[in-house]
Design a protein around this ligand. Structure first.
Ligand code: IPM
Ligand code: MN
Length: 359
């Protein structure tokens, strides 16, 4: 019997509610596929910070590093200034556990509405591999003469060859394993950010030529990437890009796959501990109302199981979600549509967990 230690980070706002539903569904899959979870719950987030002044104790990183995977609800509290919890919890875990890949599938499931006219599940099915540990997120830079008309603010986009190479290697290997169109697109900005994206472009072609001749290489500037994502999303199979561009284009990706109610991602350290999360925020105004859509978090659980190699359990969760979307029990994925339906956060979790058990 496979046994995994899962670190739970419910976080703020509606994070704990969606995580509970994700766990409910994972529990159903675990029962079916002889998996056991040993879970440990950590209360890092806005409430703890307000109570104790502590964001993430130093000992936490070491503890999280001993888990097989981490499962996160949402980070962000209305009473805490933006950036404190995001940097102090989410980004710190990503950096310190060296989760250098942010894997974000953009997949439109049947019966989910996309704002893109004339596009459906056949056209919207690609994956973004976002570099997740460097670039503009390193905090390298500074401010001088703050508050004066002569203020200088510098935020550097920092990449080493190694950081670029390891991200590209993951993206190539992922593209090969996915085996869909065997096409990897580098999204950059080689016409302006010549140093950083010059490095990415050279590394991209060198590695592709030498190690992945079976993978077709394409390049698109990031601005053009957003245009094609809307106009011809079917052109993409796997996109690889730097941290900041990846952050931006994956919100667009989330929208074309049906919104924040369904988009999930994984912060991956291929040789270490990875963390899975719904992409959306903590939606504090809906806390405790049982109206938030747990699907994104359920999909994050599916990615977690897949990452652990529990592919059958992951596939069962995906199928149960597909069946739920086809059931017509909800007319859309937004909070207002959940409110207008007969479904609730816990009701959706129950339905999908039961379905997993029946499959
Ligand atoms: C994301 C989020 C984070 C990021 C924030 C909350 C720090 O937007 O996961 O995409 O910028 O990476
Ligand atoms: Mn983001």
């Amino acid at each position: 019997m496979a046994k995994y230690k899962i670190g739970l980070l419910p976080g703020d706002g509606t994070g704990p509610e969606v995580l509970d539903e994700g766990l409910k569904v994972m529990g159903a899959a675990a029962a079916k596929f002889s998996i056991t979870f040993d879970t440990e719950r950590y209360d890092f987030g806005g409430e703890r910070y307000k109570r104790t002044g502590e964001i993430l104790p130093d000992s936490a990183i070491g503890e999280l590093a001993r888990c097989d995977a981490l499962y996160l609800g949402a980070i962000g509290h209305p009473d805490v200034a933006p950036g404190i919890l995001e940097k102090g919890i989410l980004l710190r875990i990503r950096f310190e556990l060296d989760q250098y890949i942010n894997l974000r599938p953009v997949k439109l499931y049947p019966h989910v509405e996309t704002p893109l006219k004339g596009k459906g599940p056949d056209e919207i099915d690609f994956v973004v591999v976002r570099e997740n540990s460097a670039g503009l997120y390193t905090g390298v830079g500074g401010v001088q003469r703050m508050g004066t008309p002569y203020e200088v603010a510098i935020q550097n986009m920092v990449y080493t060859r190694n950081e670029v190479d390891r991200c590209l290697r993951y993206a190539y290997e992922y593209t090969r394993k996915r085996n869909k169109r065997n096409t990897l697109t580098l999204s950059g900005k080689t016409n302006v950010l010549t140093y950083v994206y010059g490095l990415w472009e050279r590394a991209f072609h060198e590695m592709g030529k030498a190690e992945f001749p079976d993978i077709k290489r394409e390049y698109a500037h990031v601005d053009a990437t957003t245009m094609w994502m809307v106009k011809n999303p079917e052109w993409f199979d796997v996109i690889v890009t730097g941290n900041m561009f990846g952050d931006i284009i994956t919100d667009l990706g989330a929208m074309i796959q049906g919104g924040m109610g369904i988009a999930a991602g994984g912060n991956i350290n291929p040789k270490g501990v990875s963390m899975f999360e719904p992409i959306g925020g903590s939606a504090p105004k809906y806390t405790g109302m049982n109206v938030i859509n747990p699907l994104a978090c359920i999909f994050a659980g599916q990615m977690l199981l897949d990452h652990l190699g529990e592919t059958a359990a992951a596939a069962a969760i995906e199928q149960a979600c597909i069946d739920f979307l086809a059931s017509g029990l909800i007319t859309g994925l937004s909070t207002s549509e959940i409110k207008a339906s007969s479904m609730t956060t816990t009701g959706i979790g129950d339905w999908i967990a039961n379905r997993v058990a029946q499959l």
